[in-house]
Write a protein that binds this ligand. Structure first.
Ligand code: SF4
Ligand code: SF3
Length: 523
């Protein structure tokens, strides 16, 4: 196998051999490569016949399947390969002789290509995988965009072509621009469906009695589960990236949406050990399932793990509900804490909330009460170097505001970091896709101060792990945002020449120590 798409890749180089660090086995990795090659074939066929809504959905599901920690199930991946080939054949059946190559692509060619070409194509491919996840969540809520849909074919087609850097580089940047549109669409889908998030305090204590933990990013799955558990004496707890759901008025309205269970994804094997409740995975990050809880893991949508019960498209969560009743939950209130011992967290500071107090923020900047903004956000992961982010936040001056998002915030979101002008110093904007909110706020501040985003007293200190973070990084670069700090390590798929390009044009810095970086930023 060869896979180097995530931050924890072996020796910061590539996972080869029998299995990856994430637990993905060589045969699954191979099937995911075949699936990706089939998507290039589908994109080739899309050059001769226009794909439709059903083709788009197939494209999104297949790309999402290959995101890190989503799908470990060979049978499920094999079904996806068939679906993609069927979609291609449907397109081709309508045109007779296509006159162009519509064959599948051998991804091995990409892994063995010149390192700069491989680097740019990887940025494009992994960015597309991340964007597909966002487009999928929007689609489930009935939102779709032609420009976003079309770009998946354009990008996947390019993966199979013998193009040079001059052709690939603009496409990589374009993928960032399109992903902004995609995140905007998802923001619209979420807020129009569930209301504009409001700031919300979420307890980390689990009440006694039956409960279900729901994790991942899909708000529609959570909504369905809340509906189906109404008046059943079952409480629902979010986990990981589902935490921001508490801030959406229409979800918040369910009295049995009680709180948040546990912390970030890499702690799941510890936190789920003998848990008296089922856990529903709606998206990444799923880790290899341990015996101590394998009878209580349920997957849905594109998530799958061999031997686990999968809830299909009809979203009948009866097996999960029955499991919750059978296990019965804790017999007494079960107090859990965040990583730093805190007993509650807050969320709900999306662009709607932050911009509603924009005048207060702007006045505080003008009066010198707020001197700097940091966006400290992104994915979490298991590596020890990730406590950089906790330390960084700890060392930020009291007159700075910290915006955060995605699961990396669990490093510091359970502590009270004080207030500035009636606003909490740390504001959780939501999931990784809510990077859109951070961009909206940054642009609004730049407008208010009549300057560019790069001239604002704003620094982005990002942590990455999987491919959604790649798509977000490309969006920030496509907006011309400079001086980003990136860690805990740089992507293995960025070649020295591509890195030079990023440093020369965007002044991207790898993180060093909180001390040194803060000196540089504030100095
Ligand atoms: Fe390795 Fe990451 Fe690929 Fe898993 S997703 S095989 S950890 S590079
Ligand atoms: Fe986390 Fe897996 Fe990326 Fe949406 S849940 S951010 S790592």
């Amino acid at each position: 196998m060869f896979c180097f798409q995530c931050e924890q890749t072996t020796k910061s180089s590539a996972c080869i051999g029998k299995a990856g660090i994430c637990g993905k086995k060589a045969d699954t990795a191979k099937l995911q490569d075949v699936l990706t090659g089939a998507l290039v074939g589908l994109a080739r066929a899309a050059q001769v016949n226009k794909p439709n809504a059903s083709t788009h959905r197939t494209m999104l599901e297949a790309l999402f399947t290959t995101v890190t920690n989503v799908n470990f199930d060979n049978e499920a991946v094999t079904r996806q390969i068939e679906a993609v080939r069927n979609a291609k054949n449907t397109l081709l059946a309508q045109v007779g002789n296509p006159g162009v190559n519509t064959g599948d692509y051998d991804i091995e060619k990409l892994w063995n290509d010149n390192e700069d070409i491989r680097s740019l194509k990887s940025l494009l491919l992994f960015g597309l995988r991340g964007m597909a996840a966002y487009a999928y969540h929007a689609l489930i809520l009935g939102y779709s965009d032609e420009e976003v849909n079309n770009f998946f074919y354009k990008g996947m087609f390019a993966i199979g072509e013998d193009w040079g850097m001059d052709e690939l580089l603009p496409l990589v940047m374009e993928s960032g621009t399109v992903n902004l549109k995609c995140m905007e669409m998802l923001d619209k889908a979420n807020t129009e469906t569930y209301g504009t998030p409001v700031s919300t305090t979420v307890p980390l204590t689990i009440e006694k009695g039956p409960f279900i933990v729901v994790t991942g990013h899909d708000l529609y799955d959570l909504y369905q589960l809340l509906e189906q558990t109404k008046d059943k004496g079952i409480n629902i707890y979010t986990n990981g990236e589902m935490l921001p759901a508490h801030a959406y008025p229409k979800l918040k309205a369910y009295p049995h949406l009680k709180g948040n269970f546990g912390t970030a994804w890499y702690n799941q094997q510890k936190e789920l050990d003998h848990i008296p409740a089922p856990v529903l995975y709606t998206t990444n990050c799923l880790m290899p399932v341990k015996d101590s809880y394998r009878d209580r893991v349920f997957t849905t949508a594109v998530v799958a793990y061999p031997g686990m019960v999968h809830i299909d498209e009809a979203k009948d969560f009866t097996p999960v509900i029955e499991k919750a009743l059978e296990l019965g939950g804790y017999t007494e209130e079960h107090r859990m804490t965040g990583i730093n011992g805190g007993t509650q967290v807050t969320t709900g500071f999306g662009h709607g909330t932050v911009l509603s107090v924009a005048d207060t923020v702007i006045d505080a900047v003008k009066a010198g009460a707020i001197k700097h903004f940091f966006l400290v956000g992104g994915c979490d992961g298991a590596k020890s170097g990730r406590n950089y982010y906790t330390e960084f936040v700890r060392q930020t001056p009291q007159d700075s505001v910290i915006l955060t998002l995605a699961c990396g915030k669990y490093r510091f979101n359970d502590l009270d970091w004080g207030e500035i002008g009636g606003l909490p110093r740390i504001m959780d904007m939501g999931q990784c896709n809510d990077a859109y909110s951070a961009i909206r706020v940054a642009v609004a501040l730049a407008e208010a101060f009549d300057c560019g985003v790069n001239e604002l007293p704003l620094t982005m200190v990002l942590s990455w792990y999987e491919q959604k973070a790649v798509s977000i990084l490309l969006t920030l670069l496509s907006l011309g945002i400079k001086n980003i700090y990136l860690g805990p390590t740089l992507p293995a798929f960025v070649s020295p020449n591509v890195l030079n390009y990023l440093v020369d044009n965007f002044n991207i810095s790898p993180i060093s120590t909180p001390d040194e970086d803060l000196k540089k930023i504030l100095g």
